[in-house]
Ligand binder design. Structure first.
Ligand code: NAD
Length: 467
């Protein structure tokens, strides 16, 4: 009984201290947004000390409120994201936020390994890195901020973001929401922080700062190379150019509709989305027929040339994306080419050779070049070439397990979806959890809270083995 009273008074004291600290924090209503990167890191460091003291149950309480608020404000963030970046589809972005809220792993993903025996008890616990520096993309801006924050917090970390400048409004909206969610349930402020104006210089401050022990970059090849060159431990979630192969054993109609749905999801912005199709000639016409039926506009040869000139720019023999068309509706891209369609058309398809720039480049537009090949071996060879060694994502429609196995082994990607739209890999219509940071280059694959922890061995000699 006496012990219970003591515990109660300790709890009351802790709560009183937290209230007092929160009062002081409430004068800081920026909820995680700072002018200077140095201040964002300093605040994050202070918040991490508090987070590390919180019981796991309390971390879960904060995470539960982040999930709730993400669902509550999914529409607002989806609209903000499309408005600010000019990319993607509001309806699909709402689904992406709900997916993040519902399927991003929390503390349950963090496990312990134990050995017991004559020498006692040894545990390997997954502890936090501390303050994590994260770089986020313009293509899934608030989704990535929320997904990273949940996973990193579950691991006992706090996170400092240097978001994409072109998506700063919606990214920082998400950062504020995360802190509001924490403060609302009695947790610390600044569990996620960011800067008002992210630049390459503010990223550099983050890369070099002594309090940052882990960097996580979600974006194109430039930023992944930058974090991997920082001298710190880094997780690199880089670019992909996912091929989808269809062989003669596939359910061709289903394959056509799945490919259409995957490639048009948020106008092809997800890095995992089907970016080119390679089909065995025996079923190529049938596949194209059903892709048109699903809602694709098929271009003739002249139109393919116009499309190339519209969405790509050739600079000294190198193809660059015309960013104006990244993540745009198919009808907007077609309109720029002088073709008017309504919104039932959400994809542009055409036949091309495997070396066509619209097939080779990662477009992030609802555009699919379809390459016809003789057989599955030729398809696998070409798919490997078009994936460019990113080892990110590759998909296949087939009922032949030997072909599926051969493709999976050869492409060696973090994600391999069979007989479904690519988004099944994110837990949307497929089993498994969700993430928007797929560490293709550094090999962690689909990141989760355990990815953001480090292994710590705890040894008790001679005792606690009760076998
Ligand atoms: P981007 O590479 O233009 O920008 C990503 C982030 O990196 C931004 O915050 C940007 O400001 C920053 N950045 C770029 N170069 C930098 C440098 N040298 N130093 C510091 N920061 C730098 O990408 P984007 O257009 O926003 O997103 C699309 C790209 O990201 C595509 O290539 C896509 O495949 C990839 N992506 C990958 C994943 C994944 O999980 N693997 C997820 C989303 C997007």
């Amino acid at each position: 009984m006496v012990q219970n009273v003591d515990i109660e008074s300790i709890v009351q004291q802790v709560i009183a201290n937290m209230h007092a600290e929160r009062k002081a924090e409430s004068s800081d209503l920026s909820y995680g947004i700072f002018e200077r990167m140095e201040d964002a890191i300093e605040a994050s460091m202070k918040a991490q000390k508090k987070v590390h003291q919180l019981p796991m149950e309390f971390r879960e309480k904060i995470i539960a409120n982040i999930r709730k608020k993400t669902i509550q404000y999914a529409e607002t963030m989806a609209e903000l994201g499309v408005k600010e970046t000019g990319m993607g589809r509001v309806g699909h972005k709402i689904l992406k936020h709900k997916l993040v809220a519902e399927k991003t792993p929390g503390t349950e993903n963090i496990t312990t390994t134990a050995w017991t025996g004559d020498r006692g008890l040894t545990l390997v616990e997954q502890g936090p890195f501390g303050v994590i520096g994260a770089i986020t993309p313009s293509t899934n801006p608030s989704e990535t901020v929320i997904c990273n924050s949940i996973g990193m917090l579950a691991g006992g970390n706090t996170v400092v973001f240097n978001p994409h400048p072109g998506a700063i409004g919606v990214s920082n909206y998400a950062v504020r929401l995360i802190n509001q969610a924490s403060v609302e349930v009695g947790g610390p402020n600044n569990i996620a922080t960011s800067v008002a104006k992210p630049t390459l210089e503010s990223a550099d401050v983050m890369f070099k700062h002594k309090y940052i022990h882990l960097l996580v970059a979600t974006g194109g090849p430039g930023v992944v190379t930058a974090v991997l060159s920082s001298g710190k431990r880094a997780i690199g979630a880089g670019a992909g150019n996912p091929p989808v192969v269809v062989d003669e054993t596939a359910d061709v109609k289903k394959a056509a509709f799945d490919i259409y749905n995957g490639a048009t999801f948020d106008n092809n912005l997800p890095c995992i989305a089907e970016k080119e199709v390679i089909v065995v000639e025996e079923v190529a016409d049938e596949l194209m027929y059903y892709m048109e039926e699903a809602g694709s506009y098929k271009l003739n040869e002249k139109e393919v040339k116009r499309l190339t000139e519209t969405v790509l720019m050739n600079r000294d023999g190198k193809w660059l994306l015309n960013r104006e068309y990244v993540g745009k509706d198919a009808s907007v891209i077609l309109k720029a080419m002088g073709i008017t369609v309504d919104d039932t058309i959400q994809c542009i398809i055409f036949e091309a050779d495997g070396n066509h720039p619209l097939v080779v480049e990662e477009l992030m537009m609802p555009i699919l070049g379809v390459v016809r090949v003789k057989n599955v071996d030729e398809a696998i060879d070409l798919a490997e070439e078009l994936e460019h060694g990113n080892r990110h994502s590759a998909h296949m429609h087939s009922k032949n397990v030997d072909n599926l196995t051969k493709y999976g082994k050869r492409l060696d990607t973090a994600i391999f979806v069979k007989n479904a739209p690519s988004y099944a890999a994110l837990g949307f219509g497929g089993e498994g959890y969700c993430t928007f940071t797929i560490a293709s280059r550094t090999g962690e694959g689909l990141t989760a809270s355990s990815t953001f922890t480090k292994s710590r061995r705890c040894v008790m000699a001679e005792s606690l083995c009760i076998r």
